[in-house]
Design a protein around this ligand. Structure first.
Ligand code: FES
Length: 350
């Protein structure tokens, strides 16, 4: 049986087993911990120490509750004072020659840097075929406030002589206070009309009010990855195991695409990403996705990504050019006007 220790939680003494995380200690004390942002409780979406959404004050310093272990005499305060800006682990800050799902197709044909990008650590998904897993699941680097990330990307913009500044991941939206602060600061440092602020996201927690806040802060372009249109495919692709949560994430992402198309079509560039690998999703489901997107907006840019053997899925085979051409045909047959397919021979254009 684990030894018991005493910690201070918001000035109350609490006995907990040694060797557990602060998150677990909070749960044992009856504190609510969530995987979807709610008004009450602590949002703990990534659990790798990357997003810092779960930061609480530990012995006077903000630290992620999901990765910090308790010890005897530890002081935890669940409300972060104003003087502590949100923090997050961010990598990259360099030129990007391809762009992301939210990059307009006409720019992808330029054979030079399209944008500068940074990558946020932490994700609420566990996609076994993740192509960016070394950044996504790295919770060890130094976290930075929004201002530092915005300043570094602004410097990179000048260095690479581009107008587009992107954040991808990992999942960029997990720490809302951080992302809003980052977009606002980036906007204030790049007031010229050519500056574009691009966010790539899985859309899983992107509610209407969050979208409104991002646009008010300065976001101009967004790419949303839709990991299927059935909960089964979504769970297979993302390894989110709780069915109710998976359904909530998937429906939130679809609603975000619809809201952007209906409310912000003239103001914001929206692109949609779709995964394809025959082991993960059927061509019939790709067709259904195409029809659903056509109903939302036939002109929305759709990019099908050939999911490759990476990370934990070396059993997957990279889809062939012919398979991706078939995906392209299925999406075009659904009536979509701008369909791009990533293949081992480059992109198949719209
Ligand atoms: S949930 Fe703790 S750092 Fe992301």
């Amino acid at each position: 049986m684990a030894k018991e220790i005493t910690i201070q939680l918001n000035d109350e003494s609490l006995k907990v087993p040694s060797g557990i995380t602060v998150k677990k200690a909070l749960q044992l004390s009856g504190y609510k911990v969530t995987k979807f942002p709610e008004k009450e409780g602590l949002f703990v979406p990534c659990e790798v120490g990357g997003c810092w959404s779960c930061a609480v004050l530990i012995d006077g310093e903000p630290k992620p509750a999901c990765r910090t272990l308790v010890r005897d005499g530890l002081h935890i305060n669940t409300s972060l004072p104003e003087k502590h800006p949100p923090k997050r682990i961010i990598h990259g800050f360099t030129g990007h020659p391809v762009g992301g799902v939210g990059t307009p197709w006409r720019l992808k044909r330029v054979h030079t840097y399209i944008e500068v990008a940074c990558f946020a650590a932490g994700c609420n998904f566990r996609c076994p075929q993740c192509q960016n897993w070394d950044i996504t699941y790295n919770g060890k680097s130094r976290p930075m406030p929004p201002s530092e990330a915005a300043e570094r990307l602004t410097v990179a913009r000048k260095k690479f002589s581009v107008d587009r500044m992107a954040i991808s991941g990992g999942e960029s939206t997990l720490n809302r206070a951080w992302l809003i602060g980052y977009v606002r600061t980036l906007k204030s440092l790049n007031l010229d009309v050519d500056a574009r602020i691009h966010i790539d996201t899985n859309g899983s927690i992107l509610t209407k009010d969050y979208i409104d806040e991002l646009i008010d802060a300065g976001m101009t372009d967004i790419g949303i990855d839709l990991k299927g249109c059935t909960t089964e495919s979504f769970m297979r692709i993302t390894a989110v195991k709780e069915r109710g949560l998976a359904a909530l994430y998937l429906s939130t992402a679809w609603k975000a695409v619809r809201y952007l198309a209906e409310r912000y079509n003239d103001l914001i560039f929206t692109g949609v990403g779709i995964p394809y690998n025959a082991k993960l999703i059927s061509l019939d489901e790709i067709g259904l996705i195409g029809k659903k997107l056509y109903e939302i907006d036939p002109k929305i840019q759709v990019c099908a990504l050939d999911y490759r053997p990476e990370f934990k899925r070396f059993d997957l085979q990279k889809p062939s050019y012919d398979e991706m051409e078939e995906v392209h045909n299925v999406l075009k047959d659904a009536g979509l006007k701008t369909v791009i397919c990533q293949t081992d021979r480059g992109h198949i254009g719209p």
